[in-house]
Design a binder for this molecule. Structure first.
Ligand code: FAD
Ligand code: HEM
Length: 394
């Protein structure tokens, strides 16, 4: 908890910090990148280019301040859990928090100038300490339960098979290089993959496991991120799609993530866009393997049928379920399919349903808000965004 005096100072300065969160993020971004060692050597190159990670971090700090002061704008427990899983998959070390905190307070100082008196700086340092302590605790539990030493977050795995998937995507089957069975994951989780690139050094990215647990190998399915408007193509996805061959080794983390529907419970509405179908494919297979009786509605949006990855996988395992319906929405090129974006009004939402949405941030936000408007309880709408998730603080 914050001391009463610090709470009063944070309350008085929160509007200014919130209003300048973007500028604070930019300053934070530059100084963290310059000085703080991070797992894998670097922050995610693509997110670096946009400062998305620092913006996500600053937004969480503001949301946490709001929460401690009694505001309830965002479900802070869920947000911290998500970040902790991401950190654990990257092997963030508890001792790194002090340096990031130093940069954060310096960034607030740089942006707000003389308004940051020693008392203001001390209050925000205290807030950061409360937040960092809570995150370190959550991460310690994740490391302990997974049996992971955060100083060695990845181990070598062998690519046993490569499958070209729909347009611009590839599936890689993977087994631990020491021939032990893959650790059991919970369907919907992801791993961090770390690669050494000749021109860009060591890069870490997350990939959802696209098959159910319990097999002798596991699988990721990767879509090449094409650069738009002259931007370069994605570093790691291009490497995995073009250069990684059967027999190659990849450094891979333990599975983490909380986007995990269990086999018991009410109806499930699973909604994906593009490559966001990967965790959904694992979930549908797992529900079928577990003999789940949950009615499942799978909804997918894609540009066209040629880009629809793992369509047969979802259909095949879906038809093993007691109750399964599939809706596909394509922007073009489909016969017999509904054209256009996902029209949530057309999706039947059974009473008591839980929804799991995975795809780009705008898609997930839009569909999630629509489902809540249609009566799905907000706490039953679970979201996985394929990049740093920006908590809304405005
Ligand atoms: C939990 C989670 C699960 C995920 N699961 C999957 C999955 O199952 N399958 C999958 O394919 N992906 C998945 N992703 C996304 C994946 O982690 C990567 O983000 C994705 O592969 C792109 O990484 P990259 O290295 O290829 O692109 P990066 O090099 O990181 O680039 C990202 C984007 O930024 C653009 N870019 C790069 N440099 C610039 C610049 N200078 N200016 C403007 N734009 C630029 C690139 O064109 C690209 O579109 C997941 C992400 C998360 C967080
Ligand atoms: C209280 C302090 C911190 C907060 C609030 C915080 C918050 C965040 C958030 C919100 C994300 C994006 C998560 C998502 O995918 O949605 C993130 C990712 C990340 N964090 Fe932290 N973080 C903190 C401390 C640290 C520390 C100490 C390190 C290690 C030096 C670190 C390293 C990373 C890395 C490497 C990523 C992934 C970056 C990417 O994929 O672009 N973080 N953090």
């Amino acid at each position: 908890m914050l001391s009463t005096s610090s709470a009063a100072v944070v309350r008085a300065t929160l509007p200014a910090v919130r209003a300048h969160a973007d500028a604070i993020s930019t300053t934070l971004h530059a100084s963290v990148l310059a000085e703080t060692p991070v797992p894998g050597g670097v922050f995610n190159g693509g997110n670096d280019s946009t400062g998305a990670q620092s913006r996500a971090l600053a937004a969480v700090v503001v949301a946490f301040a709001d929460h401690l002061l009694g505001g309830a704008r965002v479900p802070i427990g869920t947000v911290l859990e998500r970040v902790a899983h991401k950190h654990a998959s990257l092997g963030v070390l508890p001792e790194r928090y002090a340096a990031v905190g130093k940069h954060l307070v310096r960034a607030v100082h740089d942006v707000l100038g003389d308004a940051v008196t020693p008392a203001v700086a001390a209050a925000w340092e205290e807030l950061y300490l409360v937040l960092a302590t809570r995150m370190r605790e959550v991460e310690a539990v994740l490391y302990r339960d997974a049996g992971v030493d955060p100083r060695h977050p990845v181990t070598p795995w062998r690519v046993t098979h490569r499958n070209a998937e729909a347009e611009d995507a590839v599936s890689l089957l993977l087994t631990p290089a020491d021939d032990t069975p893959p650790p059991d994951h919970r369907a919907g989780q992801y791993v961090t993959v770390v690669v050494d690139l000749p021109d860009a050094g060591r890069q870490a990215r997350q990939y959802s496991l696209s098959c159910a647990p319990g097999h002798s190998s596991t699988r990721i399915t990767v879509r090449r991120a094409r650069g738009a408007a002259g931007a370069p193509d994605g570093l790691v996805s291009t490497h995995l799609c073009d250069r990684v061959r059967e027999g190659d080794l990849l450094d891979i983390s333990h599975p983490f993530g909380e986007f995990v529907p269990g086999p018991a419970g009410g109806p499930l509405v699973l909604v994906s866009a593009g490559i966001g179908v990967t965790p959904i494919a694992a979930v549908v297979e797992h529900l079928a393997d577990a003999g789940s009786r949950r009615p499942v509605i799978a909804v997918h949006a894609d540009r066209n049928p040629q880009r629809h990855v793992l369509r047969e996988h979802v259909l095949h395992h879906g038809t093993r379920l007691e109750s399964f319906r599939q809706w596909n929405f394509y922007e073009s090129g489909a016969t017999g399919a509904v054209l256009g974006r996902v029209r949530t009004a057309e999706i039947p939402v059974p009473p008591g349903a839980s929804a799991y949405l995975c795809g780009p941030p705008g898609f997930v936000r839009e569909v999630g808000d629509d489902l809540v408007r249609r009566g799905v309880a907000a706490h039953r709408v679970h979201r996985e965004v394929l990049g740093p998730e920006l908590v809304e603080i405005a």
